[in-house]
Write a protein that binds this ligand. Structure first.
Ligand code: IVH
Length: 706
């Protein structure tokens, strides 16, 4: 691609002035609240157009122009940087990259001996000051000369330890971002708090880094990309090494000090000697992008050797020894064509955007989440609007904001439903997320299908069409009704013979013996999938104990925070009549192998499988189990002694051995069991420095529990 394609053409002085105003506004929004009305591509094109106009008309350059300024001149702060925190110049194609490299070599008067190639992380630049090995201050980039003190965020940023492995004084620079998992969690917390959500991981990280008194806490991740001496300790041994070592070796040193770098990821810094190798590595990183658990918006190419960097020096805005090769944006503008309202199995009425298809991060996006009606109102969205849409890696496509200046006047208001779009009944709009007033009963087919699924009650012979029949015939309204079905009622259904009726009744009977974790999972409480249900069942041991737990008691379960605990209490209250009918039908209400404390005034034994009866017994994991306190993820094909186990059986094994089974790898994962053909989870574990074991190694660890 050529430059021209990447620049907005500005015909005259008036258009130039308008472009400067739009770019300044966009930069202020981007670096401020993180909600610019221009996507990255549009901003880059605009600034390039401004640059081209200024080059042709140097006498007309406006003093407020964003060109040549860090962060487009948008932000400032009051903590001076030891050395300016600069920006990077951009290239957009292999030709431009080769041109830049040749230009640098001309300037040096010799070939660059070594290049380093690394991802351009899509977050916020932060300087972390360590004194005597302790993290004492965190400062944002600001205008590059001075930044904002965000030390209050210390402790919420993974990868930035409060103590280094050595008591050194040093400044580490890098990017703070939210991984896809951290972003989803942050959005869930914000939605639970005020019904709104974050537009994208970058703005979520920007807001979170600055927020001082949010009632909820969101985690972020740091990746270092540079280190420099920190006065007054800038004449010591470490300072000397930081001035002399190649960039790639400084990054190794930073990692040894205990700070996270991209070194452990599939896209870590690689030093190469030829420009063709640079290009090959750029392509590798670009190809890895969609599978990374964090966002990157380009690739940074640097002259690796200190001598080359020193000689090349800096312009007012950026180093001359480094360049950013920009990748296609994961945030684009498209048109909001329609809004659909879908009812989920818990009765939640969720709006979904229908978009003019747009290519984002390697896939065509046609639908995107719109969260809830309050969020639509807050964003001021209209049908026919141009909207910014974000999708990268694991993040669910989401509509960020309307692009107000592209409105034509033909846009129409989004009509909110006034009755449930599924059953035509009343809507409960008392919460941020609207719900059919009938709750789970509205979409009984979906909630019963979920309850009888393989990982819950596992009732064979009860496929969706059979459930539709039962619901339509008025025989069941929820899954508790299954346990009181009479033989004649089933026989009366179409295509139901004696044998299949008896088989179905036997399968329903067997479901009564399922342990508490499966029964609990079948309830379909929001946010309690298989693994969370197992944790809850293991922790409390009986349904009575779960029902007796208040929000505080629920938070003792790993993975349940204040928001989830409050939502759980609310849903369990709503589910009380259904649970009572399950108890009455003789469905198991205890978890085998877990001792249940006898709560005063309550019958803790429940029904079905017997629980330990000792008054001293306490529920929950015991510390001498081999996986006590560990979060374990399984991926790939199992082999050896574990070869025959299904994923569910593996997870059950993990929990028997005291661990917590989880389906996704995060910074909190303790161990990944990776079999043959393990894919992105293995990469992610390696990225995050998570311990990895083969199925055979894992089998040895938990041998007595298999
Ligand atoms: S090096 C002297 N390396 O991109 C400037 N920057 O657009 C040295 N960024 O301000 C910067 N990943 O916040 C460097 N691997 C990386 C980076 C990176 C992201 C950010 C950084 C910088 C911005 C410039």
């Amino acid at each position: 691609m050529t430059d021209a394609l990447h620049a907005t053409l500005l015909a005259d002085q008036a258009e130039y002035a308008e472009a400067v105003r739009a770019a300044v506004d966009a930069a202020a929004a981007y670096y401020g609240a993180g909600d610019s009305a221009l996507d990255d591509d549009a901003y880059d094109r605009l600034v390039r157009g401004i640059e081209a106009y200024e080059a042709a008309h140097p006498d007309q350059v406006l003093p407020g122009s964003p060109t040549g300024k860090v962060a487009g001149g948008a932000v400032t702060g009051d903590v001076p940087h030891t050395v300016p925190m600069l920006s990077l110049d951009n290239v957009f194609s292999a030709e431009e990259l080769a041109g830049w490299a040749a230009g640098l070599e001309r300037r040096l008067g010799r070939p660059v001996e070594r290049w380093s190639v690394e991802p351009k992380l899509d977050g916020l630049a932060v300087s972390a000051r360590y004194r005597g090995g302790r993290l004492v201050q965190l400062v944002t980039r600001g205008d590059g000369v001075a930044g904002e003190d965000v030390s209050h965020a210390i402790g919420t940023v993974h990868g930035l330890p409060e103590a280094l492995s050595e008591p050194v004084t040093v400044e580490i620079r890098g990017e703070v971002l939210m991984t896809a998992a951290q972003f989803e969690e942050a959005c869930a917390k914000r939605t639970a708090h005020d019904g709104t959500t974050f537009a994208n991981p970058r703005s979520a990280a920007a807001g979170t880094l600055r927020a001082k008194d949010r009632p909820y806490r969101c985690e972020m991740t740091f990746f270092g990309y540079g280190a420099l001496p920190l006065p007054p300790d800038d004449a010591g041994e470490l300072a000397g090494r930081l001035r002399e070592l190649p960039h790639s070796e400084i990054m190794e040193l930073v990692a040894r000090l205990g700070v996270r770098t991209t070194g452990a990821t599939p896209v870590g810094v690689v030093a190469v000697t030829a420009v063709e190798q640079v290009q090959a590595r750029v392509e590798e990183i670009a190809a890895a992008r969609a599978g990374l658990p964090f966002g990157i918006d380009g690739i940074v190419v640097k002259a690796d050797l200190a001598a080359d960097q020193e000689q090349a020096g800096f312009s007012s805005r950026a180093p001359r020894w480094a360049i950013a090769y920009k990748l296609p944006a994961v945030e684009k503008i498209t048109k909001l064509v329609d809004v659909e309202w879908n009812v989920g199995r818990t009765g939640i009425i969720a709006p979904r955007a229908v978009l003019e298809p747009v290519l984002l991060d390697g896939s065509v996006v046609t639908y995107a989440t719109l969260h809830n009606p309050a969020d639509i109102t807050r964003r001021g969205l209209m049908l026919g609007d141009h909207v910014t849409v974000y999708k990268a890696g694991d993040v669910i496509p989401r509509v960020e904001a309307p692009v107000a200046h592209l409105r034509t006047g033909a846009e129409q208001p989004i009509v909110f439903p006034d009755v449930c779009p599924r059953c035509g009944g009343e809507i409960d709009a008392s919460q941020q997320r609207w719900r059919c007033a009938r709750g789970r009963a509205c979409h009984a087919v979906a909630s019963v299908s979920y309850a009888v699924g393989r990982d819950q009650l596992d009732i064979e012979g009860l496929g969706e069409s059979r459930i539709v029949q039962l619901v339509d015939a008025g025989l069941i309204a929820d899954f508790a009704d299954l346990f009181t079905l009479a033989r004649e009622q089933i026989l009366g259904l179409d295509r139901m013979g004696e044998t299949s009726t008896d088989n179905l009744l036997a399968a329903i009977e067997r479901a009564k013996e399922k342990p508490l974790n499966k029964v609990f999972c079948a309830l379909g409480v929001r946010g309690t999938g298989r693994s969370m249900s197992r944790r809850i069942a293991r922790h409390f041991g009986s349904m009575d104990a779960i029902r007796a737990a208040d929000a505080e008691a629920l938070q003792a379960v790993d993975g349940i925070g204040p928001e989830k605990a409050a939502a759980l209490v609310e849903e369990l209250t709503e589910l009380e009549p259904l649970i009572d009918r399950l108890v009455a039908a003789g469905v198991t209400m205890t978890e085998p192998g877990v001792a249940v404390p006898r709560a005063a005034g309550s019958d803790t034994a429940g029904s079905g499988a017997a629980a330990a009866d000792s008054p001293e017994a306490t529920a929950g994991p015991t510390v001498d189990l081999p996986l006590a306190g560990m979060a374990v993820v399984v991926t790939g094909a199992m082999s050896g002694p574990l070869g025959a186990l299904s994923r569910t059986e593996m997870n059950e094994l993990i929990e028997r051995a005291g661990g917590r089974a989880s389906s996704s790898v995060s910074a909190r994962t303790s161990l990944l069991v990776a079999g043959e053909k393990a894919g992105s989870k293995r990469d992610k574990a390696a990225t995050l420095g998570v311990r990895i074991a083969t199925p055979e190694e894992f089998a040895t660890l938990v041998a007595s529990f298999i």
